[in-house]
Design a protein. Structure first.
Length: 771
């Protein structure tokens, strides 16, 4: 049985990584490791890619060798094994080499031969991500096409699936809108041809999403412009009918230097063999006639396929409309069912509260025993109560407000919670010593001592006084121990209950502040009807990054934050978003769930709106093309990446924010159930911050760039970039992505249903000193 040893990392992407492997026979292979576990909902992706690679057999495509699973960080991950191509990418070669027109024509011919093979399948296999980075040249000069991770979906197209994948700049227009065809690959090859011919990257020729290649290629020969025109036609039906037609029309092909083996690999022949040249020329003329006939047949077939495609799309649209109608009807039925459930629960809760008050009075008046009362109450309500609201299950916890007066106010709706209160109400030992009665007894003894007189009486009196003093000390000591025990017990209850306060629609201002644990009071803020918490983060120095992770996390370096700040305890909720800017863009709805599907720019606008609402000076000045920032302002802003990691670590050396056990502090791939969750349900870190790992990725201020191995003070990232920093991991991501040192990034205009944010603001003292 073949076994593999991982040697080193070759490349890494968002959904997979490629490693150099070594077999037990000492040969090298390429191993593709998928980030999604074999039990994940995305398992179909790697299964399909495995099935696709098995059926490919072409000398310019790396061969599928094996498949196996391996446990990595406690997760069973799939691995694909392929032949290892030792060489450089076309992108690397383009950066160091100048091509002749003949060289370019030869490169394009080699690539088109691969696509003649791929598009011959029924249905055609569409690569979807043709770019210089996915074309390799080995040490013998042979070109290979790699990375078929996006080519899977077309062979296994499913109802309602969109296919807007690929690389920006190389995508065909129809591919951007989610409907690629095999001619989309021809368009991408045309973009590569332009880049090879004029040595300009395609992004520099994009204007408002349109590829302006003609203006840049006016100096090219007409034959090349005509060929590019058919490769890059905006309407896919106006392009070459297939890769064979594009190859036949390719300009500047030196037929005296090329023939083809049965496998389709180009073989170079010396120019000084004239008989071979004539033989090849005749073969080329014969092949040209045959190609023209095939071209006519293919055009007819393509026309028929186009009509069939239009018919299929109409059927799909009709099916989508019917599905949407059914979904709407189901939503209406679900809404009515929830409304009826809420009504029933409200009636039952009212009945429970009345029964609870009656039970308290009966037990206090000794009309019924505590044990009997508990038995009756639990039996009456334990099986009748349905506890769910907006998908948020309420835990078995007790909540009551005025602990110092033993006055029971609002409780949680779980019968066991009531029972815990009842036991605490009647079973807590309170020391009862009648000090006044004891002092009266001492005065009587003193009068007897006065009558006795003498030295013996004095000693007796002194002994009694010492006894009385000892009794007073015992009273004080017992009362102090009792208060400490009570405080510890109540603090434990509040630590558990804090995440559920919002589930009852209650504010902490309803609580008895004299007995409320200090760490929960924190810095409470309001925006209209919404209340949230902030904690003060003190200035300090810490070590940022990780030498064990990818290159973007390295090196570990010392960072000093010279000013403290206030940070929201949780990501911004949908309730707070609606109260500040209105509307709710989130995919997963729930007032206490984190808001998502918001871009980096949306976050800046929210920060300014919240600042204005609370009378604080906004931090950002926004225009259509620029963002100006006033770091001395007192309003809300996004944290810098350094502020975020400093707060997430909270002075500890945990792998995740608050623990080395990810499940206790985060919602991620293995426990999220495929959705976000209400904030604050997991354990906080040591500074009282919730959800710093998992649930949703959080936007930071900085551009994504490499760290410098130098000491840094108040860093704000690299000055320029294309992607803004994301931190913390998300609900549908592997465990490694939730590490406090893990770095990721998206373009600031992107918005996804797994990206949110939290706000920070400067301390008042820092604001005044900055101004």
């Amino acid at each position: 049985m073949m076994s593999y040893e991982i040697v080193r990392l070759l490349a890494e992407g968002g959904s997979s990584s490629v490693w150099l492997g070594k077999t037990n026979e000492n040969s090298f292979v390429a191993i593709k490791r998928f980030n999604s576990s074999v039990v994940n909902v995305n398992a179909k992706t790697w299964r399909r890619e495995s099935q696709l690679l098995r059926q490919l057999n072409h000398p310019r495509i790396p061969k599928y060798l094996d498949f196996y699973t391996l446990s990595v960080d406690g997760r069973t991950l799939p691995h694909l094994v392929m032949t290892f191509i030792e060489g450089i990418s076309l992108r690397q070669e383009m950066n160091t080499r100048r091509y002749t027109v003949e060289d370019i024509s030869e490169i394009l011919a080699d690539v088109l031969q691969v696509f003649i093979y791929l598009h011959s399948f029924q249905p055609p296999i569409i690569h979807r991500d043709v770019k210089p980075e996915n074309i390799l040249r080995d040490s013998k000069g042979v070109l290979y096409l790699i990375d078929f991770g996006l080519a899977v979906d077309d062979s296994y197209r499913t109802f309602g699936h969109t296919n807007n994948v690929g690389t920006f700049g190389y995508q065909a227009p129809e591919q951007i809108y989610g409907e690629p065809t095999f001619r989309s690959d021809l368009y991408s090859i045309g973009v590569i041809a332009v880049e090879l011919l004029i040595r300009r990257k395609p992004k520099t020729m994009l204007e408002q999403g349109v590829f302006r290649w003609r203006e840049a290629c006016v100096g090219l020969p007409v034959r090349w412009q005509d060929w590019l025109g058919q490769m890059l036609a905006k309407v896919e039906s106006e392009r070459f009918s297939d890769a064979a037609a594009a190859l036949a029309a390719l300009p500047d092909r030196d037929v005296s230097l090329e023939t083809h083996s049965e496998q389709g690999v180009s073989v170079r022949l010396p120019k000084h063999q004239p008989h071979q040249f004539l033989k090849l020329l005749r073969a080329e003329q014969k092949a040209h006639k045959k190609t023209q006939e095939q071209l006519r047949i293919l055009q007819m077939q393509d026309k028929n396929r186009h009509q069939e495609e239009l018919h299929r799309r109409r059927k799909e649209e009709e099916a989508i409309i019917a599905e949407q109608r059914r979904a709407h009807e189901l939503e209406e039925r679900l809404f009515r069912a929830h409304r009826e459930l809420d009504r029933q629960e409200a009636a039952l809760l009212g009945e429970m509260e009345n029964a609870w008050d009656a039970l308290i009075r009966s037990v206090a008046a000794e009309q019924v025993s505590l044990e009997r009362g508990v038995e009756v109450f639990y039996k009456a309500y334990s099986e009748r109560l349905s506890l769910s609201h907006e998908g948020e299950h309420r835990e078995v916890e007790s909540v009551y407000w005025d602990m110092t007066l033993w006055k029971i106010g609002r409780q949680s709706v779980n019968p066991k919670g009531y029972i815990e209160l009842l036991l605490k109400r009647f079973d807590t030992p309170v020391p009862q010593l009648n000090v006044q009665e004891l002092e009266q007894h001492i005065l009587g003894l003193e009068r007897e001592l006065d009558e006795l007189g003498g030295l013996a009486g004095l000693f007796w009196k002194k002994g009694l006084e010492e006894e009385v003093e000892a009794l007073h000390d015992e009273i004080e000591d017992r009362e102090e121990r009792y208060e400490q025990e009570l405080h510890q017990r109540e603090e434990g209850i509040w630590r558990k209950m804090r995440p559920y306060l919002n589930c009852f629609g209650l504010r902490k201002t309803d609580l008895n502040r004299d007995y409320f644990p200090e760490f929960l009071i924190a810095q409470e803020r309001e925006a209209g009807p919404v209340v949230w918490d902030e904690v003060q983060i003190a200035a300090g120095t810490f070590r940022m990054g990780s030498n064990l992770g990818p290159a973007r996390e390295q090196p570990v370096h010392e960072v000093t934050l010279s000013k403290g700040f206030l940070m929201m305890c949780t990501p911004v909720t949908q309730e707070l978003w609606e109260a500040v800017v209105g509307g709710n863009p989130s995919y997963f709805k729930g007032r206490n769930r984190p808001v998502e599907q918001i871009s980096w720019f949306d976050c800046l606008r929210f920060c300014n709106a919240l600042s204005v609402q609370l009378g604080l000076e906004p931090v950002y000045e926004l225009s259509e093309s620029t963002v100006l920032v006033n770091w001395g302002a007192g309003g809300y802003r996004l944290p810098t990446e350094a502020e975020w990691e400093y707060s997430a670590k909270a002075g500890c050396d945990f792998k995740y924010a608050g623990s080395n056990n990810l499940a206790s502090v985060a919602w991620y791939e293995e426990n999220s159930g495929g959705e976000t969750h209400p904030v604050g349900l997991k354990e906080p870190n040591d500074w009282g911050l919730f959800d710093m790992s998992g649930n949703v990725w959080e936007w930071c201020w900085d551009w994504l760039g490499l760290y410098q191995d130098t000491e840094d003070h108040n860093p704000k990232g690299v000055p320029f970039g294309t992607k803004k920093i994301l931190r913390g991991g998300r609900w549908l991501f592997y465990s490694g992505g939730s590490r406090v040192a893990y770095r990721y990034g998206y373009e600031p205009t992107e918005a996804h249903h797994y990206v949110g944010f939290r706000c920070v603001r400067n301390l008042k003292s820092e604001v005044s000193s900055s101004q």
